[in-house]
Design a protein around this ligand. Structure first.
Ligand code: NAD
Length: 507
């Protein structure tokens, strides 16, 4: 995609239609950049509410000394309430942010197209509707593009510039350059269900919901593992509670349906039960967690203190967990190194990094480990490590493994023998999704990584994460999950398999 087009100059008025959460935020972004903004909403009170919300937000910044009163007044002064939709006529770019309803958006765009100049760009902020299908209601679909801001629009940098089937490359490039001139981080993508972020992020929720279905651990424990070992800013359960289960469930269902019921995106009965019960998360006062005044947040399950091992024998290469040897050394354990297949031998337990199989399956092999441990983003800084014991192993093996990680200063979460544990399977599935999005030409490798870093604050871009783990390891995890579950949900992307074979990296 060419980005040769220039941004729209600030002399070009911008129209924003829909003055709710997103529209008012987008209006402020454009006004801040110096454009005159025509802000329309079918409901005049919504325009006033939107402007009042912007004013009180800017008042807070003025009070904190982060902007002057004159700057606030100048920004707000550039936003003109526009009660009549036809009055958006002078705009060179119209961004629609109304209710998520295809028919209502279609009628609105037909009216807008009749009002504006022939070269004006028409854009939608839709999260889930097809940009291609919306464009098709226009007589000039080539001037239609998705500009998908994230909430809150004035703060979150990412904007997905979504090209429909007939969107002119120059139109997408102008939208891209304009968003960049507004201080945003735009990325290009094709109009496909979930675009980049809402598609690649599905496994972050989906794998935790799956583990909850199987009773592998509690919501608080799974959250703690993904935060404290995975390096994610929030755990999936607290994040779903914040987003709202109705919204999160609807996004998953939409992506699932629009991708022709691909089992990779299958919604979860655990989440449906929450929605059906009205436990929508923070907004309803309760979801996975209780948000009532005085309610205490449940603590993650921590293994009791295990015996401190006198020595640890590290056999072979531990791969992404190689740092454990130096950490054990620094913790004062006697560390012995030998050739081998990537095991940590302790008195009472043999440990290995999960490869997507259950501990029970691995221990069934001659010399197999009795306890598996989970992936960490960085074993040095991780505060927690999850472990799972094979069904054949004695309970003392859990204590021995816990004692080892506790000696390294980690909290330990003991899971039921879940294949791929938590961080490994979640990261592998996110990586696989990102690789498959690249394979299916949804967006470029760089833009996919940028999107997950800037749109949802992932600690590492998924394709960079794949490079550091090795595509072969990720593919092995997915294949193992596929064999264990016997489900098409866990199938490696053809592009991941190719990189696994050649050892090529994505960056
Ligand atoms: P919202 O409910 O806060 O605001 C929608 C506004 O549209 C309301 O003020 C309503 O009066 C107005 N409206 C409805 N029909 C209209 C019409 N025919 N003409 C003019 N105005 C009309 O909704 P929102 O959360 O701001 O979402 C708006 C759009 O942005 C949706 O397409 C949504 O999918 C998308 N989006 C939302 C988020 C989010 O987190 N809220 C994030 C990204 C994208």
């Amino acid at each position: 995609m060419s980005d040769a087009e220039a941004a729209l100059p600030t002399t070009v008025p911008i129209a924003v239609v829909g003055a709710g959460t997103m529209g008012s935020g987008i209006a402020l972004v454009a006004a801040k950049a110096g454009h005159k903004v025509l802000l329309h909403d079918a409901n005049a009170e919504a325009i006033q509410r939107g402007l009042d919300g912007l004013r009180s937000g800017l008042d807070r910044l003025v009070a904190k000394g982060k902007m002057t009163a004159a700057e606030r007044d100048a920004q707000l002064g550039r936003i003109a309430p526009t009660p009549d939709v036809d009055a958006v006529a002078p705009a060179g770019l119209v961004i629609e942010a109304i209710i998520e309803d295809f028919g209502i958006k279609r009628d609105l765009f037909r009216r807008i197209e009749a009002a504006v100049a022939p070269d004006a760009i028409l854009a939608t902020n839709t999260s889930s509707l097809s940009v291609t299908a919306l464009a098709a209601v226009l007589s000039r679909p080539e001037r239609f593009v998705g500009v998908h801001f994230f909430n809150p629009a004035p703060i979150l940098p990412l904007v997905e510039i979504v090209s429909g089937h007939l969107t002119a490359p120059a139109v997408a490039a102008t939208a891209f350059a304009t968003c960049r001139a507004w201080g945003k981080t735009p990325v290009h993508c094709r109009s496909t269900p979930g675009f980049i972020v809402n598609r690649v992020a599905r496994p972050f929720y989906g794998e935790t919901l799956r583990l909850l279905t199987e009773g592998a651990a509690s919501p608080a424990t799974l959250d703690a593992i993904l935060r404290e070992a995975g390096g994610f800013r929030m755990g999936p359960c607290e994040l779903m509670d914040m987003i709202g289960h109705d919204i999160n469930y609807a996004v998953t269902r939409t992506v699932y349906e629009l991708l022709f019921q691909d089992p990779r995106y299958k919604p979860s009965l655990v989440q449906k039960e929450l929605v059906d019960s009205g436990l929508l998360g923070r907004k309803s006062g309760r979801g996975f967690f209780d948000y009532a005044d005085g309610a205490t947040a449940p603590a993650p399950d921590d293994a009791p203190a295990g015996p401190r091992p006198a020595r640890a024998v590290i056999e072979g290469d531990l791969g992404p967990a190689a740092a454990l040897a130096a950490l054990a050394d620094a913790a004062g354990l006697t560390v012995e190194r030998r050739d081998g297949t990537g095991l940590v031998r302790l008195d009472g337990a043999t440990l290995a990094l999960t490869d997507g199989r259950c501990a029970t399956e691995r221990m069934a092999e001659a010399g197999g480990p009795s306890v598996l441990f989970d992936l960490a983003l960085d074993y040095g800084t991780a505060k927690r490590v999850a472990i799972a014991r094979a069904d054949q192993a004695p309970a003392t093996a859990t204590a021995a493994a816990a004692g080892f990680f506790q000696a390294l200063g980690k909290s330990v979460s003991v899971l039921d023998d879940a294949p791929g544990l938590v961080v490994m399977r979640t990261v592998a599935m996110i990586v696989n999704e990102a690789v498959d999005a690249a394979h299916q030409q949804v967006a470029s490798i760089d833009d996919i990584d940028l999107s997950m870093l800037k749109g949802v604050n992932y600690p590492r871009g998924p394709l960079a994460w794949c490079d550091s783990l090795g595509a072969a390891r990720v593919a092995t995890v997915i294949d193992s999950l596929g064999r264990t579950y016997g489900e098409d949900r866990y199938r490696a992307s053809p592009l991941l398999k190719r990189h696994a074979l050649t050892g090529r990296s994505f960056h």
